[in-house]
Design a protein around this ligand. Structure first.
Ligand SMILES: *Cc1c(COP(=O)(O)O)cnc(C)c1O
Length: 354
């Protein structure tokens, strides 16, 4: 398939260097789009000017949420080199999500190359201040115009780009989590391990209630027993308990994060004891009470590593590490952001350089 490139005649004003970017509020001049039609496969791949697209209100995705997405980041160093963190992993995961949601598979190499072309065109949009990045959002949505609960026969794949600052308004300040023991996000056999748009819709209610009580995020427990820790809003969870770094095993209801995987690989390669296993909330609370809960943190592309300073469970507050970021959390943050930016070597070959 050929990739058509149509350049904008009306480039937008880019944010001034050092401007506060926030997260996902500004979009670049171009986007990558590609259509799917049953019987024909993927076609009409283009890089074209960024802008609104018109949809019939009977379009499948608006009614039945047949849609998936990804999130990854690109960086630029002083030499002007574009650096993309593990993009192959994102498109592999996108195909796994597609399989679960009855969406046709994409050619991972083709879309990866399309992304690289798009990044080269949008190079001047990649911010360079510490903590900033160009956030990349690939998505696939079902575009059949038809009311009827069936997998769509037509799809739109797109990639849009957004220069971003830190995900949380207060940067690397430790977050406050509310352990949710009523609402659930995902069940085994459901869609928790696929990055589908509906997973977020079902999480909003608990998130809003937590925000009202001035928590930053919800910590989800397993749906069946409300006993085991699953993950946070858009992050996987890690605890350091008595020297062991523990993260919940991928049992089917947890999103397999690429930052999570990178942390496990880094910890193991550097001699830390790291385990993927079931972790009950009681084990975490018990460790906090007896002084062996050394650290807690979340991992995800948007925030990278986010220290947890406090958790509330059944009305009780549990402070972690005196409300401060712990040494393993800090080491992981520095190491991953160092590899991403090029400040540190990349021994695992995670960064694609353009
Ligand atoms: C995307 C996501 C994560 C983090 O995955 P990364 O690949 O590390 O960005 C964690 N949990 C949920 C629910 C997610 O959607």
């Amino acid at each position: 398939m050929e990739l058509q490139i149509i350049r904008t005649q009306h480039p937008k004003q880019k944010p001034a260097p050092g401007a506060k970017l926030g997260f996902g509020k500004i979009f670049t001049d171009h986007m990558f789009t590609m259509r799917y039609t049953e019987g024909q496969g993927w076609h009409d791949a283009k890089i074209e000017p960024y802008g609104p697209v018109e949809f019939d209100l009977a379009t499948t995705v608006f009614h039945y949420a047949q849609g998936i997405f990804e999130g990854l980041k690109a960086f630029k160093n002083e030499k002007g080199e574009i650096r993309v963190f593990r993009p192959d992993e994102n498109f592999k995961r996108m195909n796994r999500s597609a399989e679960r949601m009855c969406i046709p598979q994409i050619d991972e190499t083709f879309v990866l190359n399309g992304l690289f072309e798009l990044l080269k065109i949008e190079k001047d949009w990649i911010p360079t201040e510490p903590g900033t990045a160009l956030y990349i959002r690939p998505s696939i949505i079902a575009t059949n115009v038809m009311l009827g609960v069936h997998a769509s026969k037509e799809y739109l794949f797109f990639i849009i780009l957004s220069p971003v600052g830190s995900y949380y308004a207060h940067g690397l300040e430790p977050t406050r989590l509310l352990v949710e023991d009523y609402y659930t996000r995902a069940t085994i056999g459901g869609t928790g391990e696929s990055k589908c748009i509906a997973n977020y819709a079902v999480s909003l209610k608990a998130g809003e209630e937590a925000e009202k009580k001035s928590f930053d995020q919800v910590l989800w427990l397993d749906a069946k027993e409300k006993k085991y820790v699953e993950e946070v809003g858009s992050m996987n969870m890690f605890f350091v308990i008595g020297g062991e770094v523990v993260t919940p095993a991928l049992v089917g209801s947890i999103l397999p994060g690429i930052t999570r995987k990178s942390c496990i690989e880094l910890l193991a390669a550097n001699g830390y004891k790291v385990s993927e296993r079931r972790v009950s909330i009681d084990e975490v609370i018990e460790a906090q009470k007896n002084g062996t809960l050394d650290e807690a943190f979340g991992t995800g592309t948007a925030a990278v590593i986010s220290p947890v300073g406090m958790m509330e469970y059944k009305g009780e507050d549990y402070v972690v590490n005196g409300g401060k970021m712990g040494p393993i959390t800090k080491w992981l943050y520095d190491t991953i952001t160092g590899i991403q930016s090029g400040r540190l070597p990349d021994p695992h070959g995670w960064v694609v350089r353009l």
